[in-house]
Design a protein around this ligand. Structure first.
Ligand SMILES: Cc1cc2nc3c(=O)[nH]c(=O)nc-3n(C[C@H](O)[C@H](O)[C@H](O)COP(=O)(O)OP(=O)(O)OC[C@H]3O[C@@H](n4cnc5c(N)ncnc54)[C@H](O)[C@@H]3O)c2cc1C
Length: 452
C-alpha cells in the first residue's frame, strides 16, 4: 500500500511533469505514491542542477516530506533551530530574539535548516525508489504546449531531434521562467510578464575550516540559530547546515548587475568587490565573514516574480511552485509551498478519484487543487514581499515603529516584525495541513473516491 492508502495496482494515466526542481520532484513522488504508474519528468538541466545553498525546512514542509517517507534522511543532517536573532547589520546589536524550541511541540516538527542538495537528493531518491512508475528525462526542455483535447507539447533534447508528447495530465513545475505558463496564458489571451523586483541575492557557503581561526565566526556556526542582519534595502540571513560543517549565508540587496539576468535560473557569478561594497557599512565581523568567500565563488541570484495569475489550471494542465507563485525568499516558504502543491495534487489526482481518466474529471480534480492552494500560496507571496519591505526600512518613522516592536519583544510581548518568526504567522503557515484540506475539499465538492 502507498502511504496515503492507495492501492498501488490501480490503473494509471499518463502524467508528464515539466521541471525537476523541488516542485516537480515532489509532484512525481506524491503521484507515484498515490498509485500512478506512468509519470515522466522532463528537466532542461543534465542533472538535478544548482543546489549549492542552504534552505529553511519549515514544519509544514517537514510534515509532507515525512508523509513521503524522505524526512528522516533530510533531518539527520539538518540543523534544528533553537532560536532566531534579528540584528542591526551596521552594529551587530540585537534588535529581537525569538525562541523556536516550542515549534516542534506545537506543530509536530521542528524548524530546521538544511542543504538544498540534501532536500533535492532525498526527493530524487524517493522518486528512484519508484523507478517503475517515474521516468526522468534530463537534458530535455518542454515547449509549445497546447492543451485540448489533451495536453500536447514538444520536447527538445540536448542531443537528438525534438519530438511531440501527448498525455492525460501535464504539470508545469518549470520555475519562474515557465514555458508551460507562457503557453497556458497565450491560450487564455492573458499575460503575466516576469517582473524585476529590483532585488538580488548572494548565496554563500563557508566551511567550518574557513571560519575556524575567528572565534566570533566559529560561535556563529556553532550556534543553533538563524541570524538576520538588517539594514536599509538589504539584509543577510545565515545559519549552519550539514551538521554544522557549513555556514550558509544568503543576502538580499538592490539588484545592480542587470546584464546578468538572462540564464534559465537567473543565477550568475557575482563580484566579490561589489559585494564587499554593498555591505560596506555593516559591522567588522560581517566584513571578515564575507571576506572569507573566495573571489570566484560569489553566486548571485536575481529575485524575480510575476503578478498573480487569473488561474493555475487549463484543461488537464496545472501549474506548480514558482511557475505560478514565485515567492521572495524573505519568508523562507517558496519551496515549502511548491511541496504543498505537490501533496495536494497527490490527493486530488488519486487514481480512484480520476479512474475514468476523462478530461472533465481531471479538470475537476485540478480545479479543486487550485481552490485549496491558490489563495494560500498567493497570501504567502504577498507576506514575503511585505516582510522584505519591513526588514529593509531606512531611517524614518516606519523604521522607528518597527524597532519599537522589536524592543517590546525583550519583555516577551507583541508580534515579531520578522514575520516568519511570529507566532500567529507560524500558526497560519505551520499549522496548515494541506493534505487534510485537500481531502476535505474533495468531500465538499462531491469528488469522493472509494479511498475516502
Ligand atoms: C535566495 C533564495 C532563498 C530561498 N530560501 C528558501 C527557503 O529557505 N525555504 C523555502 O521553502 N524556499 C526558499 N526559496 C524558494 C525556493 O528556492 C523556490 O521557491 C523553489 O525552489 C521553487 O521550486 P520549483 O520547483 O517551483 O522551481 P525551480 O526550483 O525553479 O525548478 C524548476 C525546474 O524546471 C526546470 N525547467 C525550467 N524550464 C523548463 C522547461 N521548459 N522544460 C523542462 N524543465 C524546465 C529548471 O531547470 C528547474 O530545474 C528561496 C529562494 C531564493 C531565491
Amino acid at each position: 500500500m502507498a502511504p496515503n492508502g492507495a492501492n498501488k495496482d490501480d490503473a494509471s494515466i499518463k502524467i508528464c511533469i515539466a521541471g525537476a526542481g523541488m516542485g516537480g520532484l515532489a509532484c512525481a513522488l506524491a503521484l507515484a505514491q498515490a498509485g500512478h504508474r506512468d509519470i515522466t519528468v522532463y528537466e532542461t538541466a543534465s542533472n538535478l542542477g544548482f543546489v549549492g545553498a542552504g534552505i529553511q525546512l519549515a514544519p509544514n514542509m517537514a510534515r509532507i516530506l515525512d508523509h513521503f517517507g524522505v524526512w528522516k534522511q533530510i533531518s539527520a543532517e539538518a540543523v534544528q533551530c533553537a532560536d532566531t536573532s534579528i540584528r542591526e547589520g551596521s552594529t551587530d546589536k540585537e534588535l529581537g530574539h525569538v525562541k523556536l524550541d516550542y515549534v516542534e511541540k506545537q506543530y509536530g516538527y521542528p524548524h530546521m535548516v538544511g542543504h538544498r542538495a540534501s532536500l533535492a537528493g532525498s526527493l530524487y531518491g524517493g522518486c528512484k525508489n519508484e523507478s517503475e512508475r517515474i521516468t526522468f528525462k534530463f537534458s530535455s526542455t518542454i515547449s509549445q504546449a497546447t492543451f485540448f483535447p489533451k495536453p500536447k507539447f514538444t520536447v527538445t533534447p540536448r542531443e537528438g531531434e525534438p519530438y511531440q508528447v501527448e498525455c492525460d495530465v501535464l504539470l508545469g513545475a518549470d520555475g519562474v521562467k515557465s514555458n508551460t505558463r507562457v503557453a497556458m496564458l497565450k491560450e487564455l489571451d492573458e499575460t503575466a510578464d516576469v517582473e524585476d523586483t529590483g532585488q538580488a541575492a548572494y548565496r554563500i557557503m563557508l566551511t567550518r575550516d574557513q571560519m575556524k581561526n575567528d572565534s566570533e565566526l566559529l560561535a556563529l556556526i556553532d550556534a543553533d540559530s538563524v541570524t538576520r542582519w538588517i539594514g536599509e534595502k538589504r539584509h543577510i540571513i545565515a545559519y549552519p547546515i550539514a551538521n554544522k560543517t557549513i555556514y550558509n549565508i544568503s543576502t538580499a540587496q538592490p539588484d545592480t548587475n542587470f546584464a546578468a539576468a538572462t540564464n534559465a535560473t537567473y543565477t550568475t557569478k557575482g563580484s566579490k568587490s561589489e559585494m564587499m561594497k554593498v555591505y560596506g557599512d555593516y559591522c567588522p565581523m560581517i566584513h571578515r565573514m564575507l571576506d572569507l568567500v573566495p573571489d570566484r565563488e560569489v553566486c548571485e541570484w536575481k529575485l524575480r516574480v510575476h503578478a498573480p495569475l487569473s488561474t493555475w489550471v487549463h484543461g488537464s494542465m496545472a501549474l506548480v511552485g514558482d511557475a505560478c507563485h514565485p515567492t521572495l525568499p524573505h519568508l523562507a516558504q517558496g519551496a515549502a509551498q511548491a511541496i504543498e502543491d505537490a501533496a495536494v495534487l497527490g490527493v486530488v489526482l488519486a487514481p480512484k478519484r480520476i479512474a475514468d481518466a476523462k478530461p472533465e474529471t481531471i479538470n475537476k480534480a485540478l480545479k479543486i487543487y487550485e481552490s485549496v492552494r491558490k489563495e494560500r500560496a498567493e497570501a504567502l507571496v504577498e507576506l514575503a514581499a511585505e516582510n522584505g519591505r519591513s526588514m529593509h526600512l531606512g531611517q524614518g518613522k516606519a523604521k522607528e515603529e518597527r524597532d519599537k516592536v522589536f524592543a517590546a519583544l525583550k519583555s516577551g510581548k507583541g508580534p515579531v516584525p520578522d514575520k516568519w518568526a511570529d507566532a500567529d504567522i507560524q500558526r497560519m503557515i505551520y499549522g496548515h495541513d494541506c493534505v487534510a484540506e485537500a481531502e476535505k475539499a474533495c468531500r465538499e465538492a462531491g469528488f469522493t473516491a472509494k479511498l475516502d
